[in-house]
Design a protein around this ligand. Structure first.
Ligand code: CAA
Length: 258
């Protein structure tokens, strides 16, 4: 593919948006290739994904401003729908996706990171929703996911002022889980992905579904979703083996407590 690289290391797939000349900005082609890449992930072999940007300057600097500059209302609506559909696909993707944010994470870049399960970043990362400065709203989910992640008051401040924030502020408001040096970022993402991939895959998938679906409904409905998914894990090989292993270790007199 021209703009997306995909490689698999063990149980972990690494998707890299590779358009460094435009700071990995998202145009129709990049979005299309991204969707094809997600569609092609072998869910029988891959248990966790990392999404990152090529180069050391930018994760994704937003949707392509040049491409949007001449769009009609209908084209703008269709472009927003294309981005939203793909980002919803990422949000609902059966396995976890970690965004490894290695620089500018603006507009559509911030929005794609928010469709991932977990965000970690490098210390040169810059976050923001600059859209109102360009005469538009965030269009790939920013008005919806930012408020859910950092609260309505902070989301409104960031979106209305169009002011960018640095990595430490993104960490303080809970937009990212951790900040690393540029060199440490990918090793940290791979370590986290390997830890996730080392756990029971059916259970991890069920956790993602339970958290995501539960956040959309009342606590009672959420509890019912959890019950269903909790029950679905039983009789699986991982459940039987995982629990039997624990019980075997408990009965082993040679076991050294950790
Ligand atoms: N779209 C298209 N091209 C972009 C781009 C974008 N979002 N961001 C950067 N580029 C291009 C620049 O045009 C430039 O290309 P040329 O070399 O051909 O001129 C190249 O990437 C390098 O960019 P700069 O020279 O501007 O680099 P810089 O270091 O001086 O500045 C920056 C970096 C602060 C990120 C600046 O590029 C910038 O402000 N980019 C736009 C960020 C933005 O507003 N993003 C939101 C877009 S709207 C959106 O995303 C809508 C939505 O919700 C769907």
């Amino acid at each position: 593919m021209g703009f997306i690289d995909y490689e698999v290391e063990g149980f972990v797939g690494i998707i890299t948006i590779n358009r460094p000349k435009a700071l990995n900005a998202l145009n129709d082609e990049v979005l299309g290739e991204l969707e094809q890449t997600f569609d092609a992930v072998d869910l029988g072999a891959v248990r966790c994904l990392i999404l990152t940007g090529a180069g050391d300057k930018s994760f994704v600097a937003g949707a392509d401003i040049g491409a949007m500059s001449t769009m009609s209302k209908a084209e703008g609506t269709a472009f927003g729908k294309k981005g939203n559909d793909i980002f919803l696909k990422i949000e609902k993707f059966p396995i976890p996706v970690i965004a490894a944010i290695n620089g500018f994470c603006l507009g559509g870049g911030c929005e794609i990171s928010m469709s991932c399960d977990i965000r970690i970043c490098s210390d040169n990362a810059v976050f923001g929703q600059p859209e109102v400065g360009l005469g538009i709203t965030p269009g790939f989910g920013g008005t919806q996911r930012l408020a859910r992640l950092v609260g309505a008051g902070m989301a409104k401040q960031l979106i209305y002022t169009a002011k960018n924030i640095k990595a430490d502020e993104a960490y303080r408001i809970g937009l990212v889980n951790a900040v690393y040096t540029q060199e440490e970022l990918m090793p940290a993402a791979k370590k986290m992905a390997a830890a996730i991939a080392g756990n029971a895959p059916i259970a991890v998938r069920a956790c993602k579904k339970a958290i995501n679906e539960g956040l959309q409904v009342s606590i009672d409905e959420g509890a019912a979703i959890e019950e269903e998914l909790f029950g679905s894990c039983f009789e699986s090989y991982d459940q039987r083996e995982g629990m039997a292993n624990f019980l075997r270790k408990k009965d082993d007199p040679k076991k050294v407590p950790e």
